[in-house]
Ligand binder design. Structure first.
Ligand code: ADP
Ligand code: MG
Length: 396
């Protein structure tokens, strides 16, 4: 697979060309302003290079789930000043993302100038991957650049559908970097440790099935651990268990076993009377009736952290407990410390996992923080990302 990149694109030149950049500016908003600009920052390097090369840059993104209708609360307008600040240049905004108004706004753009289009998902054609909508997007540009890694696992008009309608296309630097780092999990230097946590087995079942035979060690934490423990017949008290997933959990364990891999489950737990701040809690080896598991115990956390020291490659997705509550965050913190100390290649993805890493201030000791939770999980499973597959057919 060969995806044309920005180097190839810039080598052929983009001066004066209209370049449509599909970015992932799906940021949290609060009181009409950008609450966390991580994704805006992540999109800057590609935009900077294109502007420096004299491109007329048109930025498109989705924000939230407006379900194909105009939803003022999900307008991308508040992102424009943030983008302008980070780029150190003016950014104009167009209330449409296709059609005559958008075309006129693009026409007004000079080389080295930036236009941000309104939320792509105000149009039903975006998520439906409607060819007419894809063609309308393509009509706005001479060159298309996909830098939206967080949405690359979706076959939408702006991520996949548009590509056949443009003469030139390439992956942006963020997309390229993400793929390169995640490639090192797909084809790891071994041993590969995968740490999976979070709320539900059902959310990550396909990931578990794909990674159980691939990872040398699969360490499970978070709420999903209790479904595995229950499947082994161990007591789980009032912990979150997905009864309808017990057979799936057994199948994942068998797959790991047959492949000669180790699947690790917590051997001690922080349990609480209720999963709430201030509820009585204690550390136990067996979960008693009337208590629920809210974090992996200190012994388990130490074991998982030690595995991270031994591993040459670590992939982590999903917190080890209800880390939003301080009393139940220790397991996630210990594992985060362990991953940060690892000398191997370390890749962390997932909104909540990144929040935990950044909250601890160890982000700069992780090889790669993936900006796309869902996309990173699909990629490391070996699935083809539609946004990437489309670019494989393109020329820079
Ligand atoms: P990520 O965003 O990193 O992919 P998920 O969204 O899958 O992670 O899971 C994060 C959620 O899982 C958090 O809200 C956390 O509180 C919850 N969680 C983790 N452990 C438990 C537990 N033992 N009981 C209930 N919820 C849990
Ligand atoms: Mg999450």
């Amino acid at each position: 697979m060969a995806v044309p990149d920005l180097d190839a694109l810039l080598a052929r030149g983009v001066r004066g060309q209209r370049v449509l950049v599909r970015a992932d500016l799906n940021v949290p908003l609060a009181d009409g302003a950008v609450a966390d600009d991580t994704r805006v920052r992540a999109s800057i390097p590609t935009l900077r290079r294109l502007l420096d090369a004299g491109a007329r840059v048109v930025v498109a993104s989705h924000l939230g789930r407006p379900k194909g209708q105009r939803a003022p609360a999900l307008s991308l307008r508040p992102v424009a000043p943030r983008l302008a600040h980070l780029l150190g240049t003016g950014v104009s905004f167009c209330e449409e993302c296709v059609g005559p108004a958008a075309a006129a706004a693009v026409e007004d753009l000079g080389p080295g100038q930036v236009l941000l289009l309104e939320n792509l998902r105000f149009h039903p054609g975006e998520t439906a991957n409607d060819p007419d909508f894809a063609r309308a997007l393509a009509a706005l540009c001479d060159v298309y650049v996909n830098d939206a890694f967080g949405t690359a696992h979706r076959a939408h008009a702006s991520t996949a559908g548009v590509v056949p309608f443009v003469a030139r296309a390439a992956a942006g630097d963020l997309l390229r970097t993400e793929l390169a780092h995640l490639e090192s999990v797909r084809h790891p230097e071994r041993p590969l440790l995968v740490i999976l946590g979070g709320a539900k087995v059902s959310d990550k079942l396909t990931v578990l099935e794909a990674l159980a035979p691939h990872a040398d060690v699969l360490a499970v934490g978070g709420a999903m651990a209790y479904t595995f423990l229950r499947a082994r017949g161990e007591p789980v008290g009032d912990s979150l268990v997905e009864e309808e997933r017990l057979e799936d959990a057994r199948r994942v364990e068998r797959a790991a076993d047959e492949a000669g891999r180790r699947l690790l489950l917590p051997t001690d737990h922080v349990v609480a009377r209720r999963p709430e701040a201030g509820a009585p809690s204690k550390v136990v080896a067996r979960i008693p009736d009337g208590w629920c598991g809210v974090d992996i115990g200190p012994e388990t956390a130490r074991r998982y952290a030690e595995e991270a020291q031994r591993a040459r490659t670590v992939f982590w997705n999903g917190p080890m407990g209800i880390f939003e509550i301080k009393d139940f965050a220790r397991g996630t913190e210990t594992v985060a410390e362990g991953v940060a100390r690892s000398e191997g290649t370390t890749v962390v993805g997932g909104g909540d996992s990144l929040a935990a890493i950044n909250g601890l201030g160890v982000g700069d000791r992780i090889t790669h923080l993936s900006t796309g939770g869902g996309a990173s999980l699909e990629f490391v499973q070996g699935l083809t990302l539609p946004g990437v597959a489309a670019l494989e057919q393109a020329r820079a």
